[in-house]
Design a binder for this molecule. Structure first.
Ligand code: ISL
Ligand code: CA
Length: 552
């Protein structure tokens, strides 16, 4: 029997502070706004709040470009507000997990301000500088936000590396001073009493020595580089092992074998990782989010089941459908039409949370918020990925028409996740006061989809999520049971079993609008129906988007 850890039993709720609750009528969510809703989150029954970056930042990428790791972004409040939030969370038994963005800093961070002053500045080697090659950038790497991953600095004639925007400059982790500075900063937060770190693109930190790789995507070129595990063990020794923290690494481009290296129970690196394979099922190999494809349920099942079984007893999964970089899952893998939205959102929640791993709920997921179809022109979008991609593919390269690009953005843009939280049916959805313009447009369905409505309706998605969180505390099989996929070829139904100490949990979910017949086990006569998204049990019949969880 493996050691049991609190972070395996916990449920995480992700807050995008900019879009959660504005408390001072400037149209931007803030820390006091979060404090206002702690009781709501407690009622939902989550254990840990992960906050997207709240540090000082010029906001080229909404806080993922940090100019001071030990200051609070003025839009969000002050350090006193943060201390109060931490205290108020802890009083309620809620933990706080901070976003740690240490693959890159803002170009306005003082390390980079120094670094770019001259080639012999003491901070020069904090970043990755290279001479031009034949008058051009050192290689063809493309940044994640369009264009070259190299930016020429005219003053010194050298290029610096930026995997994301040119205001997000990649740190040089080969330099031990960089590592020590980061660990010191992390310890400062740990000493404040925070409970964990979500580590942004942590598998990209180890860059090659020379840049001759022929890959074009900078992310895939640097992912899982040589020395990455040494750096993480060093971090573990210097920071993570010193307190009872929870850690999750964001890791694009990983296989389950990589996952076991980052998050293996015996590896002394991270507790778990966010893998991305299931987030790629509907994307285009060339155009990514800018062109979407239908996908087969069997593919989605195969990917997620592979992660379930291959991590198995060796490492721990992070379970997620949504975050601030992904479209809304009910629109993406479910069905957001009024007749089906509630059923489909509950079904997706049940299918995910009964797998093995720590579940993450992204703000608004618990009320079934949808993609923003009311965003109709590029002017409605704010996200740097959307704006740069549109510029590149529509205006410069003419690969897409404006209509095609907007269709893709409506389906996949990160702004789908970032529209303000829908608290009630009043003007501005209760996110900010009436008459104020929110920093990003609201989804125009807030009069029907909002927290007040959900709390007033005992059959809402909110109460389904609340029940899942309660059952998780009562039944160890939900946390520790192993996972077995049934009927992998079935394109309509996702069914799996969990096994633990002689018990079996059976999860069955109909991903279609049709009524289907399926039989899974003769033992069901004695089985207990633990949870479902319909009022009664129609036994072998599966109604549209019906999901059932049996225990026997
Ligand atoms: O969303 C993506 C592109 O479609 C991903 O490639 C994303 O950029 C990648 O997962 C890294 O994400 C993280 O780091 C980025 C930041 O923009 C994201 O918000 C963050 O989650 C750079 O810091
Ligand atoms: Ca505000």
């Amino acid at each position: 029997i493996l050691a049991r850890h609190w972070w395996q039993e916990a449920v995480v709720y992700q807050i995008y502070p900019r879009s959660f609750q504005d408390s001072n009528q400037d149209g931007i969510g803030d820390l006091q706004g979060i404090i206002r809703h702690l009781d709501y989150l407690k009622k939902l029954g989550v254990d840990i709040l992960w906050l997207n970056p709240i540090y000082a930042s010029p906001n080229d990428d909404n806080g993922y470009d940090i100019s001071n790791y030990q200051q609070i972004m003025s839009d969000f409040g002050t350090m006193a507000d943060f201390d109060e939030l931490l205290k108020q969370a802890h009083v309620r038994g809620l933990k706080i997990m901070m976003d740690l963005v240490v693959n890159h800093t803002s170009d306005e961070h003082h390390w980079f301000v120094e670094s770019r002053k001259s080639a012999d500045n003491p901070y020069r080697d904090y970043y990755i500088w290279r001479d031009p090659v034949a008058g051009h950038a050192p290689n063809d790497w493309q940044s994640a936000f369009s264009g070259s991953a190299w930016q020429l600095d005219r003053q010194s004639g050298q290029y610096y590396l930026h995997i994301f925007s040119k205001k997000q400059v990649d740190l040089n982790w080969r330099n031990s001073d960089v590592r020590q500075s980061i660990f010191k900063m992390m310890n400062w937060w740990v000493d404040k009493g925070i409970d964990g770190f979500r580590m942004d693109v942590i598998n990209l930190i180890a860059k090659p020595q020379d840049f001759t790789s022929t890959a074009t995507s900078a992310i895939s070129a640097v992912a899982n580089g040589e020395h990455v595990h040494e750096y993480l063990r060093e971090m573990n020794d210097a920071v993570l092992s010193k307190a009872d923290l929870m850690t999750v690494g964001e890791t694009p481009d990983v296989t389950p074998l990589d996952g076991i290296k980052y998050a293996g129970f015996d590896r002394h690196e991270l507790n778990m990782i966010f893998q991305f394979e299931h987030m790629g099922v509907d994307l285009d190999p060339e155009l990514g989010r800018f062109k979407t494809h239908p996908f087969k349920l069997s593919t989605l099942k195969a990917i997620m089941s592979k992660w379930q079984t291959q991590l198995g007893q060796k490492a721990w999964n992070a379970l997620y459908w949504n975050n601030h970089d992904q479209p809304r899952v009910v629109s993406r893998f479910g069905d957001d039409r009024p007749a089906y939205r509630v059923l489909a959102a509950k079904m997706l929640g049940l299918v995910l949370h009964y797998q093995q791993g720590t579940p993450y709920i992204y703000q608004g997921e618990e009320i079934g918020m949808t993609n923003a179809y009311n965003f109709k022109t590029i002017d409605d979008y704010q996200d740097i990925e959307a704006l740069n991609g549109y510029q590149d593919l529509v205006s410069t390269k003419h690969v897409l028409t404006p209509e095609q690009a907007i269709t893709a953005l409506q389906a996949q843009s990160r702004d789908n996740a970032r529209t303000p939280m829908q608290w009630d049916a009043t003007a501005n959805a209760g996110f900010t006061a009436a008459g104020i313009t929110p920093w990003l447009g609201l989804n125009d369905n807030y009069q029907t989809i909002n927290v007040a409505q959900a709390l007033a309706d005992k059959k809402s998605i909110f109460y389904c999520y609340q029940r899942m969180n309660q059952l998780r505390r009562q039944y160890p099989i939900i946390i520790y049971g192993d996972y077995q996929l049934l009927d992998p070829e079935d394109e309509q139904v996702w069914a799996y079993q969990r096994h633990f100490e002689g018990q079996t949990l059976l999860v069955v979910a109909n991903f279609t609008t049709q009524t289907l017949i399926r039989t899974f086990s003769s033992d069901l006569a004695q089985a207990k129906l633990l949870q479902s998204n319909y009022e009664d049990d129609a036994k072998t019949t599966l109604r549209p988007y019906e999901a059932k969880v049996y225990l026997y």
